[in-house]
Ligand binder design. Structure first.
Ligand SMILES: [Zn+2]
Length: 277
């Protein structure tokens, strides 16, 4: 079965509060607040095929729904597993039922301001596994509910192509959500700069020596010294026989001479495809 990707659940990504700052309400969690278009109540969609695994609806409190994936999903950093997301503040989750099933992309609810909220938004947290729930974390007098097995949403959720990034910075920190448009294929690629040839698909693998690459490869490297480290020159055309998705979000191609980074962990394209296989 094809793995489903875990998606960011709104069409506009607009951060109104991040985490980790002493002055904010998200001190101990990795919660991020999103306010969509910042005009009204934007819809929130199912990030994956999921079921309602926990509901908290109480007058005067922050309404919250937990959505747990029905299957293992592929996350943006390469992690594969069951995931649980909670969404806080919506007004329209009182009609949801525990165990209710949604397909990826189905409408779940809308932004709201139940509980502690000054404007319409959602409070989003992501956790690994199927156990919906929270830990109560106290810092002095301040209490905060934190999802179990918390992880950083920006590392795990893909942005569907077409998602608008209105704001991804809060208090100088950038929350680097990455797009999903990464269907890399085997074929012929061209380097866009000088690129190291490595013995494996990651920057932790050592760079190969010129003597260890193919005869044809040696015509395209920056040094002819056989004991020098091998790097392709800018504009080198090479074949990619296999695509490897690294856990750090980088994408690698296996060629005849070794492994070459096609897209680095920050999303920069280092080699572009010029002909599909
Ligand atoms: Zn919040």
């Amino acid at each position: 079965m094809l793995l489903q990707k875990a998606y960011f659940p709104m069409k506009v990504l607009n951060i109104s509060q991040g985490y980790g700052n002493k002055a904010d309400t998200h001190k101990k969690s990795y919660a991020i607040d999103f306010c969509g278009n910042d005009a009204g109540k934007d819809p929130v969609y199912a990030p994956f095929d999921c079921k309602v695994s926990k509901l908290y609806v109480k007058k005067g409190h922050t309404n919250t729904v937990w959505l747990t994936s029905l299957n293992k999903v592929l996350c943006a950093n390469g992690y594969v597993g069951y995931m649980t997301m909670n969404i806080g503040h919506p007004e329209d989750i009182d009609k949801l039922k525990l165990g209710q099933v949604f397909k990826q992309g189905d409408l779940i609810c809308h932004e709201g301001k139940t509980g502690y909220a000054t404007g319409n938004h959602i409070h989003l947290e992501l956790g690994k596994g199927t156990k919906a729930g929270w830990n109560l974390v106290k810092t002095g007098n301040l209490e905060e509910w934190v999802i179990l097995n918390k992880v950083k949403a920006e590392d795990y959720l893909f942005l569907k192509e077409g998602t608008v990034i209105k704001n991804n910075i809060y208090r100088g920190i950038k929350y680097n959500f990455k797009y999903d448009s990464l269907e890399y294929e085997t074929g012929t690629y061209k380097t866009l700069g000088i690129i190291k040839i490595r013995s494996g698909p990651g920057t932790n693998y050592e760079q190969k020596k010129v003597k260890d690459i193919t005869e044809d490869g040696r015509k395209h490297v920056t040094s002819i010294n056989l004991n020098a480290k091998a790097s392709y020159k800018k504009g080198t055309i090479f074949d990619v026989l296999e695509i490897i998705y690294n856990n750090d979000s980088s994408i690698w191609g296996r060629g005849y001479s070794g492994y070459v980074c096609l897209r680095d962990k920050d999303g920069e394209v280092l080699s572009e495809i010029i002909k599909k296989e």
